[in-house]
Ligand binder design. Structure first.
Ligand code: FDA
Length: 502
């Protein structure tokens, strides 16, 4: 059987079999479930019926990775690479075909060079570990990646990666200047030896597709030692729709030093037994509060921002603030399991024209439907740096002309009703079709959504893959497929949404 053959192959290839034994977890290993479940961020995929890997390889050294590739290829098993396990559809640890998880948890070193404003970070590190590594050395350097500190570097950089510095500096992948990758033949390549096409593709062109990225060299960015954050909440009784409507005209045009987003949720109303919709208007200003207040009063007076809504923090502290983590200490950034793990389904959109008030009311009324409770929509202002980077600079294409990115999520606790929640979010997506980007209806790769199209289990044509591929990558999809043809023509690294060779 391929399973037994795979294991024999691993042992044979390992000069010292005892080291390989230590990193292999088979289904009959008492630790198998805890190793598997430790980094499953969407608990939708922790069920008895979720397909399980035959083996988990928690590699300690590069040779373990090379052997896993060699033996999986030889014995017809697929690989799922896992760094932080935050994939919305669980693609780093679930597959319908027999598979092996290659877990990069042990590849998590972070080396920050303050003088040259660069860092090397291994894929299995979290973005929190990177932020912590920077923050413990300096308050005036940062990195423009995501907000939730438990997100893994490997998947995040492979799909773009945005956070509260997006308007000032763009994406995480925009700041990658070198990388180490193990290719399908087990070769370890850096930027020079992989060449500029492959180096272009791995900066956003998707994980589990071009090889296994071991580590990334990134350019750090400058931030002031003190930044200001704020939150202003408004609900339906406080004119939320009108204020949100205004926000759409203003947010993308603000100075780059001011990032804003809005998170809409369903909360209890002051009237007993009733629910309302609340929007949290948040901001990060790269400067002090005394400059921020007059700026917002001038550009967005409807918000009514006052000093008591604001806090002055270091940049690293501001990440925790946006992540909703209340703590006095940055050490929490090293805790990979600090955040709640929801059961959810999410989707994304890009908005290029303001949604009229009537359209926003339609979103709110869907939030108020009785059948859902844990619902959230996040609107992240674009503009700034995102207007200046060309669509084909790296594979991530959603740049100039977007007012904001909208992402929305439904969560639940009772798995039996899953279908009801999923159909609710699909209806919301179809409702937003009137207002969001069209031809293609764009989506964010890192907010993986298998509803927008998938590959076949067997052969998938470029045309078929283009159905989902153009939504994530627009015209960059073709070049991604060309690179794939060059570096992995047999399509060994693949999953439900990996770029196939041409
Ligand atoms: P995971 O390990 O699940 O990998 C994701 C994909 O990449 C899989 O297909 C995997 O096989 C592949 N992969 C992983 N490591 C690889 C490697 N070393 N080489 C090649 N392929 C590899 N996004 C964002 O832009 N901004 C944000 O603020 C957030 N916030 C956020 C919060 C929470 C709670 C979640 C669950 C997700 C986000 N995200 C996000 C989305 C996040 O960027 C996305 O899920 C990333 O792919 C997660 O990377 P992980 O390494 O954790 O995922």
């Amino acid at each position: 059987d391929s399973h037994g053959n795979f294991l024999n192959c691993l042992h044979l290839r390992s000069a010292n079999s005892s080291t390989i034994s230590k990193v292999i977890y088979m289904q009959n290993n008492p630790s198998f479930s805890s190793v598997l479940n430790a980094y499953i961020q969407n608990t939708k995929f922790i069920t008895p019926t979720t397909p399980k890997p035959l083996v988990i390889v928690k590699a300690l050294q590069i040779s373990h990775i090379q052997s896993t590739i060699y033996c999986s290829k030889k014995h017809g098993l697929q690989i799922r690479i896992r760094s932080g396990g935050h994939d919305f559809e669980g693609l780093s640890y679930v597959s319908e075909v027999p598979f092996v998880i290659l877990d990069l948890l042990h590849f998590r070193a972070v080396k920050v060079d303050v003088k040259n404003e660069v860092a090397w970070v291994e894929s299995g590190a979290t973005i929190g570990e990177l932020y912590y590594g920077i923050a413990t050395k300096t308050k005036t350097l940062a990195f423009p990646a995501g907000v939730c500190h438990t997100v893994g570097v490997g998947g995040h950089f492979s799909g773009g990666g945005y956070g509260i510095l997006i308007r000032k500096y763009g994406l995480a992948a925009d700041h990658v200047i070198d990388a180490l990758l193990v290719d399908v033949n087990g070769r370890v390549l850096d930027r020079k030896s992989m060449g500029e096409d492959l180096f272009w593709a791995i900066r956003g062109g998707g994980g589990n597709t071009f090889g296994i990225v071991l580590a990334w060299k990134v350019k750090l960015v400058q931030v002031p030692p003190v930044v200001t954050v704020y939150t202003v909440n408004k609900n339906l009784e406080q004119n939320v729709t009108k204020i949100l409507h205004r926000w759409q005209y203003i947010a993308h045009k603000l100075p780059d030093d001011l990032f804003t987003d809005v998170t809409i949720t369903k909360v209890n109303s002051t009237q007993a037994g009733k629910k309302t919709v609340q929007a949290a208007f948040k901001g990060l200003f790269l400067g002090g509060v005394d400059k921020l207040i007059p700026l917002v009063q001038d550009k967005f007076p409807e918000l009514g921002l006052t000093k008591k809504d604001c806090l002055e923090l270091s940049w690293a502290e501001s990440v925790l603030y946006f992540g909703g983590v209340s703590t006095q200490s940055l050490e929490i950034m090293l805790n990979r399991t600090a955040l709640a793990r929801p059961t959810f389904k999410a989707k994304s959109d890009y908005v290029k024209e303001p949604i009229p008030e009537s359209g926003l009311e339609g979103i709110m009324s869907r939030f108020l439907e009785k059948e859902v409770d844990v619902v959230l929509m996040m609107m992240v202002a674009f503009g700034g740096r995102m207007e200046q980077v060309a669509e084909n600079e790296i594979p991530y294409p959603h740049r100039a002309g977007n007012l904001y990115q909208a992402s929305y999520l439904v969560g639940w606790t009772n798995g039996e009703d899953e279908g009801k929640y999923i159909s609710w979010i699909r209806r919301l997506h179809s409702y937003l079709g009137t207002y969001a980007s069209k031809s293609p209806r764009e989506a964010y790769y890192n907010y993986r959504d298998l509803d927008i199209g998938t590959n076949n289990v067997g052969y998938t044509s470029y045309e078929q893959a283009s159905i989902w591929g153009r939504k994530y990558y627009k015209n960059n999809f073709k070049r991604l497929a060309q690179v794939k043809s060059m570096v992995d023509p047999m399509n060994f690294f693949r999953n439900e949404q990996s770029v196939p060779p041409l």
